[in-house]
Design a binder for this molecule. Structure first.
Ligand code: AP5
Ligand code: MG
Length: 190
């Protein structure tokens, strides 16, 4: 399954919970990049300049990283992708990986929240964890990219009839219940 949503919508928070409940591996491209930045790997050094500016890491880098990760054993029986695909080109690339693996997406879930709530959440996180891309200017740029690039990804899955929207506003537990209910309803309809 895919979890798509703007910065601060709760992708990471919900991915962890869904992953536990459904016993599938959660794969966050942002987390993989941050790990590589911390370890100062060549990938991390390349990605850092884009991440700090709130820009997308180029597809050429991101796609190969996702491909390698999805071909690992723990993703053989299912996975939850958090934060990928976020460009139309990434959708096409993912289609290719899935065809190669003989897998298909069961659920594409969009978490929604308004920009004011998202900015408030991320500024709040900035005080707690100090993620380097959680400054107001960079948060606004990340949101802009979501609206101008990733919403086209959402539309593509909507056109394919595989998209389910979940309201991401409310207590974390409430949102988790909504997400799990949405997954159940997709499963029972198929
Ligand atoms: P990534 O790490 O994916 O960042 P993001 O999309 O900006 O999203 P966040 O991780 O900030 O938010 P989230 O939706 O996971 O919410 P969270 O659960 O943390 O990507 C970072 C960068 O990596 C990108 O900018 C780009 O450079 C690069 N990158 C990644 N993927 C890429 C790709 N596919 N292509 C190219 N580049 C890529 O929650 C946020 C906060 O809100 C937390 O403090 C949380 O505690 C709080 N919160 C969560 N739920 C609630 C709730 N219901 N109520 C109140 N607060 C809540
Ligand atoms: Mg996240």
């Amino acid at each position: 399954m895919l979890l798509i949503g703007p910065p601060g919508s709760g992708k990471g928070t919900q991915a962890e919970r869904v992953s536990e409940r459904l016993e599938i591996v959660a794969i966050s491209t942002g987390d993989i990049f941050r790990y590589n930045v911390k370890e100062q790997t060549p990938l991390g050094i390349e990605a850092k300049k884009f991440m700090d500016a709130g820009d997308f890491v180029p597809d050429s880098v991101t796609n190969n990283m996702v491909r390698d990760r999805l071909l690992e054993d723990d993703a053989a029986n299912g996975f939850l992708l958090d934060g990928y695909p976020r460009t139309v080109a990434q959708v096409e690339y993912l289609d290719g990986i899935l065809a190669e693996k003989g897998q298909q997406l069961d659920v594409v879930l969009q978490l929604t929240a308004d920009d004011d709530e998202l900015v408030a959440r991320l500024l709040n996180r900035a005080k707690e964890t100090g993620r380097s891309d959680d400054t107001e200017a960079v948060i606004r740029h990340r949101l802009h990219l979501y609206h101008t690039q990733t919403e086209a990804v959402v539309s593509q899955y909507a056109d394919r009839g595989t998209l389910t929207r979940v309201d991401g506003i409310g207590a974390v537990d409430e949102v988790t219940e909504r997400v799990l209910a949405a997954i159940e309803s997709v499963k029972s309809a198929s």
